[in-house]
Structure formats: structure tokens, C-alpha cells
Write a new protein. Structure first.
Length: 247
């Protein structure tokens, strides 16, 4: 019995040895992959005055110490419209011989240098002047219907480029503060201020539902009083007239 046991151990050892050798035989590919190093030229956040020609600075690339710039593909340069205020994204990419990609990006901001007023600051929603729905019920009355007397505050406008602002909640705090859904239901976005003190919506996004506004219209800013007003549509069925007063 002892001999049989020892013989079994020998067979196990041989099997393990063969398995190990088989595994070593598979590790024969010693190729080295070199990745493309991207070197963005110019600023990653580039400001361009309205109507000024834009010349892209491009992006250089290197692969294993060699110039790889001719392999760089730029997408979005042709989309920069210097006659329209807004954000324009450019992406530069290159792929090495083994199929591995590298990329870099730039945001071009076209702005209007003639805009002199500023929206920057914190605002409170005018609960009586702001309206909800086609029936034009005030925010105050609608909120009371939910048993809520909250005053919506802390709606901020932050200047990210001359005359262009990031807005913390274009819905005036309706879902975040009145309905208490939380900050995921703030309609964040970017607006630009025009020389006539109207506003243009650049983009918007509400994380809780993953989409944005249909539009804003009838926009106005009064520098003397610090009041902002606009009407909006969301999801084709929610309509609001928002009035914000600067704190």
C-alpha cells in the first residue's frame, strides 16, 4: 500500500511539472508596445473673440522617440464658427501600429467682447413672479399645494469665459428645493449674455433624467435691478416662467 501511495505522489508531481512546462511554452510573445505621446500645442481652453479668424495650434505626437505627428487626426476644427458665440470641442487622436489609440482635446470658446454687463453671482427665485405650467400658477401657490413654503435660493451664475456663464439650476430650484428630489434634479447649463442683455442657451443637462431643456425664450437681464427672467420648455410638457433676483 505504501508503494502505491508513493507511486501516486510521483504521478501527481509529474503532472504538475508537465502543466508548468506547458504554461511556460505559451509565454513566448515578448513584443513591446510603444504608446503614442500626445503634445497639445497652445491652450486646452482657447478664447476667440467673435468674428476673429481661428487658427488651430494643432497637436504633436511622438512614438518611441520618433515624430508621429503626421498620423494625428483632428476632428472638430472645421466646426469652429467664429461668428457664433459658444463652445467648440476639438479632438486629436493617433493610433500606434498595434491598434492602441491616444488622444488629446481642446475647447474653443467664441465670445462677444462687446458684452459689458455681468450675470455673475447668487440669485433667489421670485416665488410669486415665477410661473409653472400653462395655467401660469405661481411657484408659491404650486409649492403650497405640496405643503412646501420653501424659498428657492442659491441659484448661481459663474462666469467661465467672457460673457458666458455656468448656471447651477435653470429650473429655479423647482425639483431640487421645492420637490426635494435632490441636486441630481438641478438643470445645470451654460448661457451667454448678449449685448442687448438678452440670454442665449448654450447647453443644459439634468443628471436625474439624462436630458436637457427644449429651449429658453423671452430672456432678459436688467443690470439696474439684477433681475433675470426667461421662459423655458422641458420634455415638451413642462413650461415655466422663471424670475430670479440677485441676492
Amino acid at each position: 500500500m505504501k508503494k502505491i501511495y508513493l507511486f501516486g505522489l510521483m504521478l501527481c508531481a509529474m503532472a504538475i511539472g508537465l502543466t508548468s512546462c506547458s504554461g511556460d511554452d505559451q509565454l513566448t510573445d515578448t513584443r513591446v508596445t510603444y504608446y503614442v505621446n500626445m503634445d497639445l500645442q497652445g491652450d486646452a481652453f482657447t478664447l476667440v473673440p467673435l468674428g476673429t479668424p481661428y487658427v488651430d495650434a494643432g497637436c504633436k505626437a511622438e512614438l518611441n522617440g520618433e515624430d508621429y505627428t503626421p498620423k494625428v487626426v483632428a476632428v472638430g476644427v472645421e466646426d469652429v464658427d467664429v461668428n457664433s458665440v459658444g463652445f467648440y470641442d476639438i479632438t486629436y487622436s493617433a493610433v500606434n501600429p498595434d491598434g492602441y489609440a491616444a488622444s488629446a482635446s481642446r475647447t474653443v470658446v467664441v465670445y462677444d467682447p462687446t458684452v459689458t454687463a455681468s450675470l455673475e453671482g447668487s440669485y433667489s427665485t421670485d416665488m410669486d413672479a415665477s410661473k409653472y405650467g400653462t395655467g401660469k400658477a405661481s411657484f408659491a401657490d404650486r409649492a403650497a399645494g405640496y405643503g412646501n413654503t420653501t424659498q428657492c435660493v442659491g441659484i448661481t451664475f459663474e462666469e467661465v469665459a467672457p460673457g458666458i456663464y455656468y448656471v447651477s439650476d435653470l429650473l429655479g430650484g423647482w425639483y431640487n428645493q421645492i420637490r426635494a428630489y435632490g441636486t441630481k434634479y438641478c438643470m445645470t447649463g451654460y448661457v451667454s449674455l448678449n449685448p442687448d442683455n438678452t440670454l442665449t442657451l448654450q447647453s443644459s443637462y439634468i443628471a436625474g433624467w439624462g436630458d436637457g431643456l427644449d429651449y429658453i425664450k423671452d430672456t432678459a437681464y436688467d443690470p439696474a435691478t439684477g433681475k433675470i427672467s426667461y421662459s423655458l420648455s422641458y420634455a415638451g410638457q413642462i413650461f415655466m416662467d422663471i424670475v430670479l433676483n440677485k441676492d
